[in-house]
Design a protein around this ligand. Structure first.
Ligand SMILES: Cc1cc2nc3c(=O)[nH]c(=O)nc-3n(C[C@H](O)[C@H](O)[C@H](O)COP(=O)(O)OP(=O)(O)OC[C@H]3O[C@@H](n4cnc5c(N)ncnc54)[C@H](O)[C@@H]3O)c2cc1C
Length: 276
């Protein structure tokens, strides 16, 4: 690595610094980036430390949304205030790595991390959350799809995520599919829109929305109870979610195993969401 370590104290300073030194790599908790730097896989010309920017470490209400700063840590996401508003994100946060990783790792870093397993991504995709970015050119936002990191342009920083507060059941489940790899599944019920939304992560790069399965289960919700009309619907939903996964390039038995795991996660998530 070269010499420059830039340590801005405000978002304005950070954006200016990035405009002056476009090759600088932002570093938040460093739990994804620094192991790659230390292993010699990455040799950034400069680092832009985000940890000293207070406005990125906070969250606040914005109408019916929670505006969560990019440097809010997993530990904070798992805390009671955000858990009450965005339970699926809190459940994901509680299952991340180790206590040390949860204390350091951040939401914004997770969206950009070069890993198939970015546990916040399926949750935010299912919530149809909005990713907020800023550069010297101004502000921009986009809906969190399967690969939010791929949507970032040079010179842009993620400043936060706008998440709807839905007041409906939310689930996040994670299961090992092979050595070192986990499938994740987020399911959220939007009572206002009478829809169920779901996203699968960990299997392919980014998260995938099984839209046919989502539409089917949403159509099965009883208008009076808000629950699926038939107890067997969770199992059918699970099978549909697995069928909706895009074809991977792994060997056929591995793909069949992934599908079984995902079907089980989706069925269990639907059963739990509508258990009450
Ligand atoms: C032992 C271990 C266990 C882990 N377990 C899990 C797990 O269970 N689930 C999981 O999802 N992840 C896991 N991770 C991966 C990692 O900890 C998380 O992805 C974490 O959220 C990354 O956040 P960070 O702040 O540390 O990112 P950093 O390492 O600081 O940055 C990651 C990437 O994001 C970029 N970046 C950071 N912040 C911004 C920003 N605001 N704007 C633009 N770019 C930005 C950086 O330039 C870098 O490319 C694990 C890592 C380790 C080492």
């Amino acid at each position: 690595m070269n010499d420059a370590i830039l340590l801005p104290h405000s978002l304005d300073e950070a954006v200016d610094a990035l405009a002056r030194e476009p090759a600088a790599l932002p570093v938040a908790g460093g739990t994804d980036l620094m192991p790659r730097v230390n292993a010699g896989m990455l040799r950034p010309r400069a680092l832009l430390g985000l940890a000293g920017i207070g406005e990125l470490r906070q969250w606040q209400f914005e109408g019916r949304h929670a505006l969560i700063g990019a440097c809010v840590t997993w530990a904070r996401l798992a805390g009671p205030d955000l858990a009450a508003l965005v339970p699926a994100l809190a459940t994901a946060a509680r299952q991340v790595g180790t206590p040390q990783i949860r204390m350091m790792g951040t939401l914004g870093g997770n969206l950009v991390a070069r890993t198939r397993e970015a546990d916040a991504v399926p949750v935010l995709a299912a919530l149809e959350a909005t990713v907020l970015v800023r550069s010297a050119g101004g502000v921009r936002e986009f809906v969190c799809d399967g690969e939010p990191g791929a949507q970032l342009r040079a010179g842009e920083l993620i400043t936060g995520v706008r998440v709807p507060v839905l007041h409906g059941p939310q689930e996040f489940l994670k299961a090992r599919v092979s050595a070192g790899f986990h499938a994740t599944l987020a399911l959220v019920v939007d009572p206002g829109a009478r829809t169920v939304r779901c996203a699968v992560g960990g299997i392919r790069p980014g998260a995938e929305r099984p839209t046919a399965a989502e539409r089917w289960l949403s159509g099965r919700l009883d208008p009076a109870s808000g629950h699926p009309v038939d107890a067997r619907d969770a199992a059918t939903f699970g099978a549909m979610v697995a069928d909706g996964l895009s074809a991977g390039d792994g060997p056929r038995p591995a793909r069949a195993h992934e599908q079984r795991v995902v079907a089980a996660l989706a069925r269990r998530a639907a059963e739990r969401a509508f258990a009450a």
